[in-house]
Design a binder for this molecule. Structure first.
Ligand code: NI
Length: 138
């Protein structure tokens, strides 16, 4: 474990109060953990501005399983991006709809391109991308 540094910061009461309320609402037990997570999130977001940054992403797609062409295309796309595709999971949501959860790893720019191609496929009803920088600063 890395050595801990103690720091002191100055801020006005209104800002501190708003921060404490947010941290409590989000379930944090103490300020330090809330501040650490906020710093990590900001650093991760900043890293993802660089298309060459290493990242991992979860792409979630909801589609009608009757569109067989889409299922074929998803499989083909996965095989053509083997280096980026870590795994995928299929969930049968109801009689018609399925959800595919795909985990991608690689350069941020490439992941975005692949994910956007998946989301814009005909037959995909709903979807989103969640991406974080792969190399985290602690
Ligand atoms: Ni299904």
């Amino acid at each position: 474990m890395e050595q801990l540094e103690r720091i002191g910061i100055s801020l006005d009461q209104t800002l501190l109060s708003a921060f404490d309320q947010l941290a409590t609402k989000q379930g944090y037990q103490n300020r330090s953990e809330a501040i650490r997570d906020m710093m990590r999130r900001q650093i991760s977001t900043e890293k993802l501005a660089d298309p060459n940054a290493q990242a991992v992403a979860v792409v979630c797609l909801v589609f009608n399983h009757h569109s067989a062409k889409l299922v074929q295309k998803l499989t083909a796309l996965g095989h053509s991006h083997l280096l980026q595709t870590i795994c995928s999971m299929h969930v049968h949501l109801d009689r018609c709809d399925c959800m595919e959860v795909i985990v991608l790893k690689g350069r941020c720019g490439q992941i975005k391109k692949i994910a956007e191609r998946l989301l814009s496929h005909k037959g995909v009803k709903l979807g989103n991308i969640n991406m974080i920088a792969a190399e985290q600063s602690h």
